[in-house]
Structures are given as structure tokens and as C-alpha cells.
Design a protein around this ligand. Sequence first.
Ligand SMILES: NC(=O)c1ccc[n+]([C@@H]2O[C@H](COP(=O)([O-])OP(=O)(O)OC[C@H]3O[C@@H](n4cnc5c(N)ncnc54)[C@H](O)[C@@H]3O)[C@@H](O)[C@H]2O)c1
Length: 332
Amino acid sequence: MSRSTPAILVTGAAGFVGSHFVRTLLTGGYPSLAGARVTVLDKLTYAGNLANLDPVRDLPGFSFVHGDIADAALVDEVLPGHDAVVHFAAESHVDRSIKGAADFVMTNVVGTHTLLDAALRHGVSPFIHVSTDEVYGSILEGSWPETDPLQPNSPYSASKAASDLIALSYHRTHGLDVRVTRCSNNYGPYQFPEKVIPLFITNLLEGKKVPLYGDGLNVRDWLHVDDHCRAIALVLEKGRPGEIYNIGGGTELTNKELTDRLLAACGATWDSVEYVEDRKGHDRRYSVDWTKIREELGYTPQRDFETGLAETVAWYRENRAWWEPLKKRAAL
Ligand SMILES: NC(=O)c1ccc[n+]([C@@H]2O[C@H](COP(=O)([O-])OP(=O)(O)OC[C@H]3O[C@@H](n4cnc5c(N)ncnc54)[C@H](O)[C@@H]3O)[C@@H](O)[C@H]2O)c1
């Protein structure tokens, strides 16, 4: 980045992962980014919540712009004067993409292209494109290196894969400093309660049943959001232009094993579990090989799953005022 105290445009930071990144950055959690200023650009969809940024909203380095990343005129106005982009904004829930994919294509594909185009015109880079391991598809054994082909199965992952390819094309064609990250499943505080971990925790806290898809044997690698965001900060600090970095190293669990741990953490039993029809096209297992980011950038996950999950359950227990209105509004 060109300045020692850079200005960073962070899209989608009223959501789960982006808000964690901004809260950590502005409270000194990334020494290499100390003193950086942050502009958050967020449309505040159902998943965006300004309260997620409450702990940092009054800090001098913070500013907020309410708007859509697919609005080219707005992006053109906001982007100049920044030294980097960290792009989190997306429609992110697979189940919603199965019901209707138009918003996914609009935000994830068209919105990402709009940002890239403006970044190129105004010479703003590095551009960190935050993507997901879901772009690789499903893998029964072993792990995907960054060189594996993309075989996404859901409209969500397909829209993310499309945006990854457009982002990388801006590097290869135009020389824009684009860096792509692909992380496994995150958990932690402030995650919208439609996603499996907060949905199960909050249902159990409300004395409701939890819906377990299919045979419950789908496998995910659960990584604390803090580890994901630290990896993104490392990619911003010292990643290489045009490179893809997988981020993983969490705890691999079947959904049944995850449910077992959540039931125990919330003091419930298997009587609270209801098996429901499997998600259409449900990927069986995700697993990224994260050797590259470990060897090149020195990333290692630091959050132990057991402690992280206990802290997450405690956070939802103590913050009912945060999630109760969200669940009500989303009819969850
Ligand atoms: N949560 C995970 O487990 C995970 C794992 C790997 C990668 N990712 C990626 O990280 C990013 C953030 O995920 P998340 O879980 O925080 O999502 P989220 O749904 O919690 O938040 C998305 C944010 O983007 C905003 N947004 C949506 N459309 C927008 C638009 N058109 N213009 C501006 N803002 C818009 C929303 O208002 C919201 O604040 C996504 O790109 C996702 O693909 C997430």
C-alpha cells in the first residue's frame, strides 16, 4: 500500500465477517495496519446490521457509506482517495440462493465487477477479493490446493466462482493487484442467525428444535472468524498480486458431530433435533489445503474450536437483544 497510514475501503462490513475485520483493525488487532482509516460501503441488506459496528463507529478512523456495490456512480464517487479495497460484500446464504439467485448474480458478480472496474480506473489496489472454499465444489477425500479447478454446485458458490474469475482476469488482463482468498466455514459472534451455528444455538436458547439436514453426515471445516480475518490482514499486508490463498485449518466435523457439541454447550439433548429433508445439491464435504498461506505468509489458526464455540454460545446467550429482532424479521 502506498501510504503508511492507508485508507481502506471495506465492502459489506456491516455483516458477520467484515464487521469482525473492521472491529479488530480499528482496535489495533493488526499491527501492520495500525493507524489505517476505514470506509465501510454496505447496502444494509437483511444481513447487514450497523449495530455490528457499534464498538468502532465513533472512532476517528471510521466512516460509513450506505450504498450498493453495483451502483457504478456511487462506487466512482467513494473509491478515489483509498489505498486498498477489502471486498466482503455478498449475498452469502446458500439456502436463499436455491430459492432465488437473482440477488446473488447482481451483488456477487455484477457488484464485484463494478468495484474492480472502478479500482482499475482510479488506480486503487491491492484489491482483496474475499471468496469461499465452496467454489471448488465437493471433495470426499483429501484437500483442494489453489490450483484445483472450480466446480461450484449451488447458485451461491457459482456466483462466487464467477466473481473470483472476473477478479483474477483484472489482474491478468489489466495488471490490477488483485488477491483472492478462499476460506472454509466460519463461526463466531455477530453471525446472522440463519446460518447453522447461530441458528442452532438461538433455537436451543429459545427451547425450539433444530433442523438437521439429510443424514447429518455432511462435513465442514469450522474456523473461528478471527482466524479468517487475521489471514485476510496477512494477505493485504504481504500477499502477492494475482495469487489465490486458501484459508483453513479449523476443525473438521460432520453436521451430526457439530450438533452434538452444540446440544452439549446449550444443555440440550437429541430430543431437540428434527431431521429435515436434505438441502438440494448439498455438498458432501469441503476441505482446503492451506499450505500456501502457511508457508508464504506465516498464517496459522490460533483459536481452539472448543473454547471458541463455548465463547460463541456465551455471546449468543448474553446478546439476545441483538439476535431476537433479526430472527423475528427474517421469520426464523
Ligand atoms: N461466513 C463464512 O463462513 C464465510 C466463509 C468464507 C467466505 N465468506 C465470504 O465472506 C464474505 C462475507 O460473508 P459474511 O458471512 O460476513 O456475509 P453476511 O451475509 O453476514 O454479510 C454480507 C454483507 O454484505 C452486505 N451487502 C450485500 N449486498 C450488498 C451490496 N449489493 N452492496 C453493498 N453491500 C452489500 C450486507 O448488507 C452485509 O452487511 C462473503 O463474500 C462470503 O462469501 C464467508
